[in-house]
Design a protein. Structure first.
Length: 86
């Protein structure tokens, strides 16, 4: 019973922290920080998938969401301006 409660508490934390991370990514004017917040959100989702016992999804999601997508976005940001105009 205590293990289930811990899993639910961790899932709630991951959900709340990922929501905060998405908010920070959307409101951030520095695009590099926004990519970092987005990667943090993806990492929290991966933890949630793991807690939901979907390790196959985690094994595919981690390299794509934490490796490939941020690398492509940072490469694109390096070819433009770092700060969002507004």
């Amino acid at each position: 019973m205590a293990a289930e409660t811990l899993v639910y508490a961790l899932l709630a934390f991951c959900g709340l922290a990922s929501t905060v991370s998405v908010y920070l990514a959307v409101t951030e004017k520095d695009l590099v920080k926004a990519v970092i917040y987005s990667a943090a959100q993806s990492g929290l989702y991966a933890v949630a998938y793991f807690l939901l016992m979907a390790p196959d999804v985690v094994l595919v999601y981690l390299p794509v969401a934490l490796g490939l997508v941020p690398a492509i976005l940072l490469s694109l940001i390096s070819k433009t301006e770092r700060w969002e105009g507004g």
